[in-house]
Design a protein around this ligand. Sequence first.
Ligand code: FES
Length: 268
Amino acid sequence: MNLTLKVWRQQSADAAGSFVSYQAKDVTPDMSFLEMLDSLNEDLISQKEPPIAFDHDCREGICGSCGFLINGVAHGGQRGTTVCQLAMRFFKDGDTLTLEPWRARAFPVIRDLVVNRSAFDRIIQAGGFISAPTGSAPDANSILIRKEDSDTAMDAAACIGCGACVAACPNASAMLFTSAKITHLNSLPQGQPQRDQRTLSMVVAMRNELFGSCTNHGECEAVCPKRIPMEFIGKMNRDLIRSVWRRHREPLVIPSVAQLPSADDSNE
Ligand code: FES
C-alpha cells in the first residue's frame, strides 16, 4: 500500500518546525510503523535528504524510547501498543497520516519526532529507589509479600516511561507516570522506610518540571501502552496527603497533672 505522511520536521530545539509531506510507497501490512519509517528514511538518504529523526531502541515495547503522535493520538491509537509494535496492517492504502512529536512544555523537541524526556529521569532521581544493605542477595522468601501487593507493584512497574500519558493529557500532566513509579515501590515492604519522603520528593520534582495537574480526563490511561490505570493516581494522592500530614503534625504530648490548669487559675 501507499501512504502520504505529513511529518513534523524541525532541525533543532531552537529552529522553527513545519510539516513536510512524503510518500511512503510499497508498504507491506507486516511492517511495523518504525520499519515503514526506516524504509522512507532509506529513500530520503538516497536522495541526499536528511532522514526523519525518531527515538527507538528495543522495538519490542519494552524500553519506552519510541513514541510520537499519529493523527494526534499517542502511539497511533491501538490499545496497549507502542508505536514500535504498531503494524501497518492497521492502516489502509491511500491513508494520510500526520506524525508529530510529543507536545508538552516539559518535553522540548530535540529534532523532528525526538523530544527531551530527561524530566522523567529527574523525577525518578528524586525518589525512585530503595536503600538496601550491601552484601549477598537475601533468600527469596525472607521477606513475605502479600499477593495483592506484589501484583500491584508489578502492574505499576510495567510503566516504561514513554511519555504518552503526558502527550495525551490536555494539562500535560505526568501524574500517571509519577504515580506508577511511586506505587511500584510504596506497595512493597522494601519501599516502606522511605515511603513518605519518596512520595513528597517525587511529587515536588514533578511540579518543578512544569508538568500540569490531573483533572481526571483519563486520556493518559487510554493511550498508555502498558495500560497503567488511573487508580494509581488516587494511591499517590493518598500517600501524598498522609506524608504531608505526618511531616507537619505536632508530636502528641500528654501534659502531667502539675501542668494542668488549677481551679484557682480558672477563677482568675
Ligand atoms: S522502541 Fe522500545 S518500547 Fe518502542
